[in-house]
Design a protein around this ligand. Structure first.
Ligand SMILES: Nc1ncnc2c1ncn2[C@@H]1O[C@H](COP(=O)(O)OP(=O)(O)OP(=O)(O)O)[C@@H](O)[C@H]1O
Ligand SMILES: [Zn+2]
Length: 635
């Protein structure tokens, strides 16, 4: 069928009306699509206006889906646009809802929602065109049930993590200093005091080893703030570095860091009363308290000297105690918290100076700490165009010509847009095939509650799960009748083996999400012991391909990605990380194809190894072997 006729008859669903979504809605409308439904749960923020061009300042606070509709109707008044200001995970968007569309187009920013839409599209048998961008990078992929891989056929790489020792003892890049300042120092000073925090710091003098040693980070009741902040400064930038230097082995092949004491960088007088607190008293808004303001420093793009960083550090510390004392003890780093960003920038820079690493501006530091890759409007526009091209092919059933397209930052073989043939479904994908998963668990000890939280919800991404053992219902989430709740609650507290039907090794559990119409079987294997460090969940799921991280890391709480300890990295941001990795996976896939491994399990193994090889910060993109990329045509 000609493209114009399929377009004229199409009814499409767009999920997400953000950066990609605005471009997509405009392109769909201008391409003649007559019936478009849009779901977006957000309202417009000022920070969206630079690229989400359907929105204006006076729309701030209003529904994205509704405003986007109104804006497009102004230049295409005769088309139907139906907005839903709602979460795509809401039960109203069930399989029947999805079935009314010819194609679904995603412009989302998080893994969770993408997985959900993937499952609904599979259940409703509606093709999905999936997309994502990160700065100059982007990709569009096509997912058609039974024909191409689904969104979950291959593991999504986890955000980057760093080995703990690099962060605590031997930083070599600025990002290591940021992670230290944010996840260790900031957390230690202002976050939960009881958390495990390996600050390369014995909290007090090495000599003092009794249990009641005083915690240097704790401010004593009568302790003068000037004394306290000087003590912290000297402890983390001076004493701890001296301590690290005393381990000669570490520095054999590395540059030795330089201890920095407050007296070296700040005069006494400065330490005692730098800054003009008055300037900060004018405002009651906690998030506007700023060390830069009190020190009269204005430009966030300036790279401050060591002395300036030291002044900011000392001033920010004081401001936290003078202006935001109530929050101390339960703060977590937030990239929109000015004072927190100032503190982290200064601390990271002082540490960088100590280790001979180039210093960075607050603007740059904020980007790194908040894991921000600045969005590029043009990338979104290019990606939106590609989505529409693929959508039209899908509507025409032109399978031979489906392409996944990667938008690259640097040309490869003079190409910035890299088309790749779609892959076949992964035969052992637990989402689009019926392959069971297997779970090693101590059936005498493990609780059903942990199983639901750690496996069913966290790993399998089910929102409203229901768990059956043969014909016995063991668990059901959501609106359950009162009497049932009691039974389930009782079950939750019982060990697996005490459930109505004993769950032991060899039992097959069926986990089902009614909303997603997604069923998966889990084969239970009893195991006595688990390695607490490597298997902290106390259960191991296999068959499910877990996100692969570039660097093997014992301590998951350290990282610039969506680390567990770290609420600040939103799903959206961590997801962006994963898109970068998807682009670099083009190369990996090529290698996979070269090896011509037909066995899916092998392929996953292979995939993992390759992920590990590529552990540089910089992306390795396609590098000129395009021709050798064997095409795997769809049959
Ligand atoms: N579960 C969901 N249901 C509905 N809409 C969603 C869901 N998850 C994400 N979205 C929407 O997807 C869009 C993604 O757009 P985009 O990546 O441009 O993010 P943004 O929030 O607009 O901007 P930024 O995150 O860069 O500040 C957002 O408008 C967001 O509301
Ligand atoms: Zn799949």
């Amino acid at each position: 069928m000609a493209s114009s006729s399929v377009v004229k008859e199409a009814k499409v669903l767009m999920v997400g009306a953000g950066g990609i979504g605005c471009e997509l809605l405009k392109t769909l409308a201008l391409s003649g699509f007559p019936d478009i439904h849009i779901i977006d749960m957000d309202t417009i923020e000022v920070s969206n206006l630079n690229r989400q061009f359907l929105f204006r300042q006076y729309h701030v606070g209003q529904s994205k889906a509704k405003v986007a509709r109104d804006a497009v109707l102004k230049f295409r008044p005769h088309i139907n646009i139906t907005p839903y200001h709602a979460n795509v995970k809401d039960p109203e968007f069930n399989v029947d809802f999805f079935k009314q569309f010819n194609v679904v187009l995603n412009g989302l920013d998080n893994l969770d929602a993408r997985r959900h839409v993937n499952r609904l599209c599979l259940a409703a048998n509606v093709p999905l065109v999936e997309s994502g961008t990160t700065g100059f990078l982007g990709q569009v992929t096509v997912h058609v049930k039974g024909r191409t891989e689904c969104y979950e056929c291959h593991p999504k790489p986890a955000p980057k993590t760093y080995p703990v020792c690099t962060i605590t003892s031997t930083p070599s890049k600025f990002v290591h200093c940021i992670v230290w300042a944010k996840d260790l120092l900031f957390a230690k000073l202002f976050g939960d005091k009881n958390q495990d925090n390996d600050l390369n710091v014995r909290s007090s003098d090495a000599a003092a080893s009794s249990e009641n040693v005083e915690d240097v980070f704790e401010r004593r009741k009568d302790e003068d703030i000037d004394q306290y902040r000087r003590k912290i400064f000297d402890h983390v930038f001076g004493y701890n570095i001296e301590l690290a230097l005393s381990n000669e082995e570490t520095w054999k092949n590395r540059n030795r860091p330089k201890p920095i004491y407050s007296k070296d960088v700040l005069s006494d007088e400065l330490t005692q009363q730098n800054g003009n607190l008055e300037k900060n008293y004018a405002s009651d808004d906690e998030l506007s308290v700023s060390a830069m303001v009190s020190l009269g420093m204005k430009n966030p793009q300036d790279i401050w000297s060591l002395r300036e960083n030291s002044k900011i550090f000392i001033e920010a510390l004081k401001l936290f105690f003078m202006k935001r004392e109530k929050e101390i003890g339960h703060l977590s780093f937030d990239k929109d918290d000015q004072l927190a960003v100032e503190f982290v920038t200064a601390a990271a820079n002082i540490r960088a100076a100590s280790f001979g690493i180039p210093l960075h501006s607050l603007f740059e530091a904020k980007g790194i700490a908040g894991n921000i890759v600045h969005a590029v409007a043009t990338t979104n526009a290019v990606i939106a165009g590609l989505i529409v091209i693929e959508a039209i092919k899908v509507l025409q059933n032109d399978m031979e010509n489906y392409r996944m397209t990667y938008c690259l930052e640097h040309p490869s073989r003079k190409m910035l847009l890299m088309p790749v043939d779609p892959f076949e479904p992964n035969k052992s994908c637990y989402v689009c095939s019926e392959t069971p998963l297997s779970l090693e668990i101590n059936t005498n000890r493990s609780k059903l509650k942990d199983f639901v939280e750690k496996i069913v919800k966290a790993k399998l991404g089910m929102t409203l799960p229901l768990i059956m053992c043969a014909s016995n219902l063991l668990y059901e989430a959501g609106d359950v009748e009162k009497d049932f709740i009691k039974i389930y609650e009782a079950n939750l507290e019982k060990v697996l083996s005490e459930l109505p039907t004993p769950v032991t090794g060899g039992t097959m559990l069926t986990v089902e999400d009614m909303l997603q119409e997604f069923v998966c079987n889990i084969n239970i294997k009893h195991r006595e012991e688990f390695d607490e460090e490597k298997e902290p969940d106390g259960m191991v799921l296999s068959g499910w391909t877990q996100p692969v991280s570039a660097v093997d890391n014992k301590d998951k709480s350290i990282g610039n990605g969506a680390s567990t300890s770290n609420a600040l990295v939103t799903a959206a941001e961590s997801e962006k990380d994963d898109e970068i990795a998807i682009v670099s996976a083009v190369k990996k896939r090529k290698l996979l194809d070269d090896s011509d491994s037909s066995n899916a399990a092998d392929e996953v193994k292979h995939h993992k190894q390759l992920q590990v090889i590529d552990d540089e910060d910089d992306l390795v993109l396609l590098d000129g072997e395009v021709d050798s990329f064997k095409k795997r045509r769809l049959s």
